[in-house]
Ligand binder design. Structure first.
Ligand code: ZN
Length: 510
């Protein structure tokens, strides 16, 4: 997006600086640095002046994407990998917080901690992520990235899995050689009753010490594991969740103060998102238990049918078993959208009647996606604190489903390259963040990146973006008990299709 004369300027600077500072001759376009901030599980309606004064103040001067999307399945590590690679799960291959990699464990799903993820390249003789990440593109350009995260090791690692620069998390510091320096200089996370808050403070300290410094990395990223953690345990709007929200907002305030103190010496674009929204949960049976009870799966350890979160893998892709499982799921009130592979590439409908396709939701990975993907059913019911959105899932509250309460999130960005106070109703997604950063730096977008630069929020000349079209896909299947109906709404902008939500309806037979 930079005009030509920018490069000319760069060239003259390069020549004129050659006498004294040969090292910095080509760095002009990297003068403005980038800070990416993720608040885990941040519903847009949390951003109020009372609850998040610092983020609220930021929002007032920021460019703001009003139709921003979490990537489905709306879980943490899917979005961590999707944002880092600017691509969908069907491209990067990290399909859930729990995943099925038969070469690692043939009869069960594995977690996605750093330890689990580290087994994948060796076991599969292939890469962990099958898409190029921001860290790798920056490495090609001779630049670095540092990731700071108070959450899980997996979420932290997936943001910079080739460790170009560093990954700093209370439980994981990479490269290994950086570990001693961090523990000497920052110390350990303070233990005790407020350990979670201690982790947020600790990574903020680390960001200020190693990320936002002169000659620091071109891109710094910080990921706060709250409000997600407290809301999972105590519910949306609970006293504990509100306390956690205020705390991480306070840490964000420290970061903003530090940037302000730097003034024009060091300038930053700050981009803010979250991995997913949040809903209240209403109890449901576990998917694996259900399949065992219905006779589709022998027992918890059997490899006939393997479950990884909402994904179901049927041995040898037996079509009869797949369609029988889908029929059994369609009848259950707690089951929402059901997806299967399309008959041919690009089909919106799935191969099994009454399902939509993996392609539609950008989930069709050539090696790793299973045979069925199930989202929990959901409704607009409010919780005791007045927050709307309820899923049929286990636990107090959470995310992972296909409701708008989980998919619809906030995108905020401010800095020298963003239009202050601009808003856009055009669809954006977490996969668009990295393409936007690359476009600011004039760096090439790898072929694996599905996302687009959010040019409508950037300064400078730009081509017309076109209009967004809403597309609704419908399918249904009838049974002796009644009819299962599924619809999915997409926002379409040029070649980009954003998944807004999927909804189900069951009508009893007469
Ligand atoms: Zn999360």
């Amino acid at each position: 997006m930079k005009p030509h004369f920018h490069y000319l300027l760069c060239f003259f600077l390069a020549v004129s600086l050659q006498l004294g500072h040969a090292q910095n001759t080509t760095d002009h376009r990297f003068e403005v640095k980038t800070l990416i901030v993720f608040f885990d599980g941040l519903r847009p309606d949390y951003i109020t002046e009372a609850q998040m004064p610092n983020l609220f103040a930021f929002k007032k001067r920021a460019a703001w994407g009003k139709h921003h999307h979490s990537v489905f399945p709306t879980v943490t590590r899917v979005n961590s990998a999707s944002y880092a690679t600017g691509s969908y799960p069907g491209t990067h291959g990290l399909l859930g917080n729990s995943i099925y990699i038969p070469e690692v464990a043939p009869n069960k799903s594995i977690g996605t901690s750093y330890g689990d993820l580290s087994k994948i390249p060796g076991a599969t003789s292939g890469p962990l992520l099958t898409a190029k990440s921001l860290g790798e593109v920056l490495a090609d350009a001779g630049q670095k990235m540092m990731v700071f995260s108070s959450g899980t090791t997996g979420q932290a690692f997936l943001q910079n899995h080739t460790v170009n620069g560093a990954v700093v998390n209370p439980d994981l510091i990479l490269p290994e050689s950086f570990k001693k320096q961090v523990s000497d200089e920052i110390g350990l996370v303070s233990q005790g009753t407020d350990e979670e808050m201690g982790r947020h403070k600790w990574i903020t300290d680390a960001l200020l010490k190693y990320g936002l410094i002169k000659n620091g990395p071109l891109v710094s990223a910080i990921w706060f594991s709250d409000p997600d953690g407290a809301a999972h345990e105590h519910g949306i709007g609970s006293e504990e969740a509100v306390k956690a929200i205020r705390y991480v907002d306070g840490q964000f305030g420290r970061i903003m103060d530090a940037l302000q103190a730097k003034g024009t010496d060091e300038r930053y674009n700050v981009i803010i998102s979250t991995d997913h929204g949040f809903v209240t949960h209403k109890e449901k049976p576990g998917l694996a238990d259900f399949l065992i009870r219905e006779g589709f799966k022998k027992d918890k350890e059997s490899d006939d049918v393997v479950v990884a979160e909402g994904a179901i893998y049927v041995k040898n892709h037996d079509e009869k078993v797949i369609s029988s499982i889908v029929a059994a799921l369609h009848k259950q009130e707690w089951v929402g959208a059901v997806f299967t592979k399309g008959i041919k590439k690009g089909d919106a409908k799935g191969e099994v009647k009454g399902t939509l396709s993996f392609d539609l939701i950008h989930y069709n990975h050539p090696k790793r996606s299973g045979d069925i993907l199930v989202a929990p059913n959901w409704n607009d019911a409010k919780n005791d604190k007045g927050y709307a959105g309820t899923d049929f899932s286990g636990g107090v509250a959470g995310h992972g489903g296909s409701s708008p309460y989980e998919i619809n999130i906030a995108l905020l960005a401010a800095g020298p390259d963003f239009k202050a106070g601009a808003t856009t109703e055009l669809p954006t997604s977490n996969i668009d963040i990295v393409p936007t950063v690359l476009s600011i730096y004039g760096l090439p977008k790898p072929a694996t990146m599905d996302g687009r630069p959010v040019a409508e929020l950037l300064k400078g000349p730009q081509k017309a973006m076109g209009n967004t079209k809403k597309l609704v896909l419908k399918t249904e299947a009838s049974y002796p008990w009644g009819t299962y109906k599924l619809s999915a709404e997409m926002s379409v902008l040029g070649a980009c299709q954003y998944f807004n939500f999927a909804q189900t309806e069951r009508t009893p037979a007469h």
